[in-house]
Design a protein around this ligand. Structure first.
Ligand SMILES: [Fe+2]
Length: 307
């Protein structure tokens, strides 16, 4: 498997749990990035509203994030700011990754629940891990709605993830929230580097203060970025694999038909909703990118016979 982190110990921890938490940017950089958020905010085109998305579930958006801003120029401005500040730290820690989506995520007081989900897939996960660098700009605590994850859930569910692809954990979200999540409190300027396929969630901000964080989604530098697109009015059994770039995401409205992207493949898809028991069982089984042990054993046995 292609490496994510340069440090071997951190890499092992990441592959085991699906995330690591480490010091990332300086206190001074935290303040500057906070200031930049407010300085650039007047350029925001406002968030895409529920009506504009044209789908029912859009009411679930209870937090602000740059990705669904209506102004691509503002998204580009935020991308350039965040990538500039993060670059030296990414180079220090990561094994040659490049950024594709940058977000400021703002939870206001008494708001900001992010439903249980996995991030979309951004590259072929059979060959690599795509990651989110999640870096709070204020101390992130249980009270203000820190990130919560299911450790070890990465690459075990929802292999093909995109905005319209049915999610196999859809029926058991509440069970997972109640029984499997671990809140990860993270200091301002530290970061969580998480596999985009890890199951995660965050609760509302119960404090008076603003909870501001940055998310930078990154993929291996040499890998093409892909987007799994389903058009339910056409077929629920097919997913188009689109090869996309940073600009695709700048222009993107997550719930509308993507235009102009190159289709590289069509995958067949079967909707499957799993039970809570299956979820627990699958957490202990091999990841979808791991060689099945039976094949390894067979190979070992053949080698023994001919040794
Ligand atoms: Fe997420």
């Amino acid at each position: 498997m292609r490496k994510v982190l340069k440090d071997e110990k951190l890499e092992a921890e990441f592959q085991q749990n699906g995330f690591v938490t480490i010091p990332f940017i300086s206190a001074e950089e935290v303040e500057l990035l906070k200031q930049k958020f407010f300085d650039t905010l007047p350029n925001s085109g406002g968030q895409i509203t529920a009506d504009e998305t044209g789908v029912q579930d859009s009411r679930l958006i209870t937090y602000d994030f740059t990705f669904i801003d209506k102004n691509p120029e503002y998204k580009k401005e935020v991308f350039d700011i965040i990538t500039e500040y993060f670059k030296p730290h990414m180079e220090r820690l990561l094994a040659d990754y490049r950024p594709i989506i940058a977000n400021y995520i703002r939870k206001k007081s008494a708001d900001g629940e992010v439903p249980l989900h996995q991030n979309w897939a951004f590259a072929d996960e059979m060959k690599c891990n795509t990651i989110s660098i999640w870096c709070p700009l204020v101390d992130s605590t249980i009270e203000n709605g820190t990130l919560q994850v299911v450790p070890g859930s990465h690459k075990r569910f929802g292999k093909y993830r995109g905005p319209m692809v049915p999610w196999e954990l859809d029926n058991i979200k509440q069970d997972i929230i109640e029984n499997h999540l671990v809140p990860i409190e993270t200091k301002a300027g530290h970061c969580m580097i998480l596999d985009d396929s890890i199951v995660h969630y965050s609760a509302i901000n119960k404090t008076e203060g603003l909870r501001l964080a940055i998310q930078l989604i990154c993929i291996p530098a040499e890998m093409p970025s892909v987007h799994y697109h389903m058009n339910p009015s056409k077929s629920m059994q097919e997913i188009d694999v689109l090869e996309v770039d940073v600009d695709f995401y700048m222009q993107f409205n997550p719930w509308k038909m993507p235009v102009g992207a190159k289709k590289v493949e069509t995958l067949s898809f079967t909707k499957n909703l799993i039970t809570a028991d299956e979820f627990s069982a699958r957490l202990k089984q091999p990841r979808f990118d791991e060689t099945q042990p039976v094949k390894k054993n067979l190979f070992t046995r053949i080698k023994e016979v001919f040794a």
